[in-house]
Ligand binder design. Structure first.
Ligand SMILES: [Ca+2]
Length: 383
């Protein structure tokens, strides 16, 4: 892999934005201690308070699947079965009772795995249509693409319904998280592919969140119609979740060196990349204008410096928002008030399953996770 997602050793505190408390909820004393150290690092920055251990709640991580190599996306078919993508280009149906895997055929012919690309996210619509977000080989390199199919036994029958243009030769920053909005529109994140010059132009899909009808056509009320772009100025968003009450789409995105973001999307919003950032360039120096806010743009609801490398995002039924993280190997719970302001950040666990790639709310109301490892698995968080 020529360009790696951030996995530098975590040697710094978990930074945060705004005035909020950090509370630690961890399943055992060892985990509590690690998490408390993390939180105390934040405390040392003088920005937050650490609440007492009285808020600690025991939770257990239970493996619920056989091993899957670098799983990336998880979607539930029903309460007994889920689909899980493998970045290298396989799709599995997982029996959630016994953990058995069934390989699904019929994947798109132009799927190309390599670098950060491959078979990435999966979504199951209420009518059981299956959507895949993947890296497609294309003239001029690779592109993020969306496939729609129906599952017939262990085979997908479908077609590619959208391709992000222009294609680029790079093998990183594909984005590729999927979600369904309250009116049934499909939302998909599209990373910037190292094509910074294109990100501030919403007529292309680079560095954007897309909004499509389920047949791949562009809704007439899209802000830049006929463009599929719903919001732009994004870097590499790998978490997407729809708020269960407001219907607003929330995303997480990888910043440069620092400045990973949690964003709440508005139609037509400009989220600033590569003009502004809370992070710095990897080579050193400020990003773009050197500022953190963009006139007329949308600022993040939260940011993390140093970077946690967020991947996977899920709301629970009570307004809690869960953020998975690769680099810090943790699951965070963000609490929101009625205005969508982050009021608290909790460390649910850290280090227990390595790099967290995805987090989803199951039909049983419990959180399910994927860990990014050669022998990755589906995990369930049990109270
Ligand atoms: Ca931003």
């Amino acid at each position: 892999m020529s360009v790696r997602e951030r996995n530098q050793s975590p040697n710094n505190s978990l930074h945060r934005h705004g005035r909020a408390r950090v509370r630690v909820i961890a399943p055992d004393q060892a985990r509590l201690w690690r998490s408390a150290l993390l939180a105390l690092g934040v405390l040392a920055s003088g920005l937050v308070m650490l609440t007492s251990a009285g808020s600690v709640r025991a939770q257990t991580l239970t493996p619920v699947s056989q091993a899957i190599a670098h799983p990336w996306g998880l979607a539930f078919l029903n309460s007994r079965q889920a689909l899980v993508t493998e970045r290298g280009g396989k799709l599995w149906r997982v029996n959630l009772q016994d953990g058995a895997l069934t390989q699904i055929s019929g994947l798109p012919d132009d799927l190309e795995a390599g670098g950060q690309g491959g078979l990435l996210d999966v979504l199951v619509a209420p009518d059981q249509s299956v959507f895949l977000c993947y890296t497609a080989a294309a003239k001029g390199g690779r592109q993020t693409a969306i496939f729609k199919g129906r599952l017939e036994s262990a085979r997908l029958d479908g077609t590619t319904i959208h391709r992000v243009t222009p294609a680029a030769n790079t093998s990183y920053h594909f984005g590729c998280r999927l979600g369904l909005g309250p009116q049934g529109q499909l939302f998909a994140t599209s990373g910037e592919r190292g094509q910074r010059d294109l990100v501030q132009n919403p007529s292309n899909g680079i560095g954007a969140v897309l909004r499509l009808n389920q047949d791949g056509s562009v809704p007439r009320d899209n802000p830049f119609y006929p463009s599929a772009v719903y919001s732009y100025g994004h870097r590499n968003p790998q978490g997407l979740a729809v708020h269960p009450i407001t219907g607003q789409v929330w995303i997480t995105e990888h910043g440069p060196k620092g400045g990973d973001e949690l964003n709440a999307l508005v139609s037509g919003g400009n989220y600033g990349w590569p003009l502004v950032s809370y992070g710095d360039e990897y080579r050193g120096g400020k990003v773009g204008t050197g500022r953190t806010d963009l006139d007329g743009g949308e600022g993040p609801r939260w940011y993390w410096t140093p970077s946690i490398a967020p991947s996977g995002l899920a709301f629970d039924g009570q307004g809690g928002l869960y953020v998975g993280a690769l680099k810090y190997q943790l699951l965070l719970k963000m609490s929101l008030d009625a205005n969508g302001k982050v009021t608290q950040q909790d460390v649910v666990f850290q280090g227990d399953i390595g790099r967290v790639r995805d987090v989803r709310l199951g039909p049983d109301g419990r959180l399910y996770l994927l860990n990014d490892a050669r022998n990755g698995r589906v995990w369930r968080l049990d109270p």
